[in-house]
Design a protein around this ligand. Structure first.
Ligand code: SF4
Length: 310
């Protein structure tokens, strides 16, 4: 669960944040007066749903069923998934060092952590065409070097939390929702900013930013309750780093829209309705080629027939 830190932008530790007992609402699963919400425990074994579950269902409900309902053993894990997680961990190490006022880890130290995670997977790693562990090592070095050199790697404010988990009630018609938050920081005037880090093959368009906003709108809603007494979330940020020969680090900032949560709540309601109704149709397409269940899914499109990832 969320632990609150506070540091200046240049990293010196200042004080514990003055949150008004922010854990209370979480432990109760929302405000004590909140109406009860449904539990997915009988279906997924968990008392909450996460945004990654929502995304998984939206991509292919059948794959969701394999992973979260049947809890089937994956035949493999895609290299991009492991790489993305390892890159996030490296970025969190940098933010943590800034928070503690410690020297930042070097590109070599961070890339070595990524290399270790790529080799530690207990499930066979599925490499993309033309990819090797060595090429991924080199990619990690280039991306981390670009990240460390970018002004965007320094937040303009005081870090509040890094890589934390928050849960809460979003709407009484959907279960408790869990969010994994990359970074929250506070500007000098008091507003809070939620930052999410993404690795991506291509630069993000404005359209891509807009379609990704419901995830951060959800985080903003949960954090506003969790950090009541600290501040309000007023801006959302996606920090993207491209997987390229010359990686580009870019910050996409979006103000929190007053009615922005409507789309997010709609998506949660639609997905939860499908899950509780046991509706898990296969949605074959480009995700099949990296789907860890394509060896047993009758609808799987084999690589030769799959269309390219958009
Ligand atoms: S192989 Fe394709 S259709 Fe089947 S579960 Fe995976 S993504 Fe869905």
């Amino acid at each position: 669960m969320i632990s609150i830190h506070s540091s200046t932008a240049n990293g010196s530790l200042q004080h514990e944040a003055h949150a008004r007992n922010p854990r209370q609402a979480l432990q109760a699963g929302g405000s004590p007066s909140a109406p009860p919400c449904p539990s997915p425990e009988a279906i997924t074994g968990k008392s909450y749903i996460s945004w990654s579950q929502v995304s998984s269902y939206q991509l292919c409900p059948k794959a969701f069923e394999f992973k979260y309902v049947l809890r089937a053993e994956p035949a493999m894990v895609s290299s991009s998934l492991v790489f993305g997680t390892a890159f996030h961990d490296a970025v969190a190490r940098v933010s943590q060092a800034d928070l503690e006022g410690a020297p930042r880890p070097s590109t070599e130290e961070l890339a070595s952590g990524v290399a270790q995670q790529l080799r530690a997977s207990s499930v066979p790693l599925q490499l993309a065409k033309g990819e090797s562990l060595e090429s991924l090592d080199a990619l990690a070095s280039r991306m981390l070097s670009a990240y460390l050199a970018s002004p965007e790697s320094h937040v303009q404010g005081t870090s509040i939390c890094i890589e934390d988990v928050v849960r809460g009630v979003v709407h009484p018609s959907v279960p408790l929702v869990e969010a994994r938050v990359d970074h929250v920081y506070q500007r000098t005037e008091g507003s809070l900013i939620v930052r999410d880090v993404k690795t991506t093959r291509t630069k993000w368009s404005d359209e891509k930013v807009s379609e990704s906003c419901p995830q951060l709108q959800l985080y903003a809603m949960l954090l506003d309750r969790e950090l009541d007494g600290v501040g309000k979330v007023e801006s959302l940020e996606f920090l993207t780093v491209t997987k390229a020969a010359k990686p580009v680090v870019r910050l996409h900032q979006v103000p929190v829209a007053k009615d922005g949560s409507r789309n997010m709540v709609d998506q949660l309601q639609q997905v939860w309705h499908g899950i509780e109704s046991g509706v898990f149709p296969a949605r074959p397409g480009w995700p099949c080629k990296s789907c860890p269940f394509n060896d047993r899914c009758p609808a799987a499109i084999k690589p030769a027939g799959a269309s390219g990832e958009p």
